[in-house]
Design a protein around this ligand. Structure first.
Ligand SMILES: Nc1nc2c(ncn2[C@@H]2O[C@H](COP(=O)(O)OP(=O)(O)OP(=O)(O)O)[C@@H](O)[C@H]2O)c(=O)[nH]1
Length: 363
């Protein structure tokens, strides 16, 4: 609202528009407003405005209230309170113009008007009218004695310029809000897209692309740090006779089974192991700082975790087992070769009866 009171402790509009102490000083020096204007503004308040603020505003308020667009001010802020605020602001003319609070009040007022979609020129008008009132009142008081009058007129012009400048700045705030809102939406969209491109929607595990990217990164890391001290193991696991589950209970139940299996694999592994859905009913686990013996133990734990109890899906109890192949990264080996060896070990587990772990030879 025009001239409404404000909370001196917070200056959010100043902050949003970058009006820190340095920028405030820049603005004041641009307008050549200095210490001497404090004293002049003081004299204007005490010698010209004091006791006459109502009358001075009254002189032009009726005409102002007839301007096109005033009804918008009336609707948004109320004509009476707008007038009262104008009078209060006149009483405080130029008071503490070099403080953050002064800037904040004008910026906040302008932002409120801009948000109410009231045109900037309509808010500029009371400042121009205030300027006119004061020039008239000063001319009357000093009887047009130019040399005495000039410093006062000069202060009135500069302080009005400051108010107009701050008003125009404050009008930018809704635009910034909008930009910030758009940025927020963009961030959310990016986040959503990133999730969609890296997460398997059914199980919440990494999808194939993300899994491959992470595997590549971990292999490079293991290479940099040395295979000996940083062994890397990979498990390829595949549900046994999953086609039968789909055929018996339907594809939707099959999907839920896959989701439950993913959950049990997660519980059987460590927080820092990487788990991904490799394809239909195949899961891959990448384990850093894990040698073949430990890799095998974790694969065993996964197998037992899945087998230990049937999955309750809808009204069915569905037993599921996994076949798993484990391979450890060899010196100079790439991800394709590592995956192939783990896959071959997994097929070996299938061939030799399923529901078991086979370890690929590391030599
Ligand atoms: N419900 C569901 N089924 C899938 C999905 N992806 C693959 N499948 C099914 O998984 C089954 C895999 O069957 P097969 O490759 O013959 O293997 P299996 O029946 O598990 O037998 P073994 O692997 O030899 O033990 C097929 O019926 C696929 O349609 C999926 O996302 N959801």
């Amino acid at each position: 609202m025009f001239g409404a009171g404000m909370n001196a402790e917070t200056t959010p509009h100043c902050t949003a528009l970058g009006f820190d102490d340095k920028r405030i000083q820049e603005v004041l020096s641009m307008l050549r407003l200095g210490e001497e204007h404090r004293a002049i503004a003081d004299r204007i308040r005490t010698q010209v405005i004091a006791g006459r603020a109502d009358e001075l505003v009254d002189r032009c308020f009726t005409a102002f209230a007839r301007t096109r667009g005033f009804s918008l001010i009336e609707r948004s802020f109320g004509a009476k309170s707008f007038k009262r605020a104008w009078i209060n602001r006149l009483r405080r003319f130029g008071l503490d113009f070099d403080t953050k609070e002064y800037f904040e009040e004008r910026l906040a007022t302008a932002a409120a008007f801009a948000r109410a979609k009231i045109h900037l020129s309509l808010l500029h008008l009371p400042y121009f009218l205030t300027q006119e009132i004061l020039i008239e009142a000063l001319s009357e008081k000093f009887n047009d004695r130019a040399t005495t009058l000039w410093p006062f007129l000069n202060a009135v012009l500069k302080l009005t310029s400051l108010d107009l400048y701050l008003t125009a700045e404050g009008y930018r705030l809704p635009e910034l809000d909008e930009l910030e809102g758009d940025l927020d939406k963009l961030r959310q969209e990016t986040f959503r897209l990133r999730r969609r491109t890296s997460i398997d929607e059914l199980t919440g595990l990494m999808n194939y692309a993300k899994l491959m990217e992470s595997l590549e990164q971990q292999i490079n890391r293991a290479r940099r740090r040395g295979h000996e001290s940083n062994p890397l193991c990979l498990i390829m696991s595949d549900l046994d006779f999953f086609k039968k589950i789909n055929d018996t209970y339907g594809h939707m139940v099959g999907d839920l089974v896959l989701r439950h299996v993913a959950g049990r694999i997660k519980s059987a592994t460590r927080d820092f192991d990487l788990i991904g859905r490799f394809g239909g009913e195949e899961f891959v686990i990448v384990m850093m700082n894990t040698d073949l013996a430990l890799g095998e133990a974790i694969a065993e734990r996964i197998r037992e975790g899945v087998m230990k109890a049937p999955f309750h899906v809808k009204q069915y109890n569905i037993p599921v087992t996994l076949s798993l192949g484990v391979a450890m990264l060899r010196q100079g080996e790439n991800k394709e070769s590592l995956l192939e060896r783990a896959d071959a070990a997994m097929y070996e587990a299938k061939r030799s009866g399923r529901n078991r772990v086979v370890v690929a030879s590391d030599s």
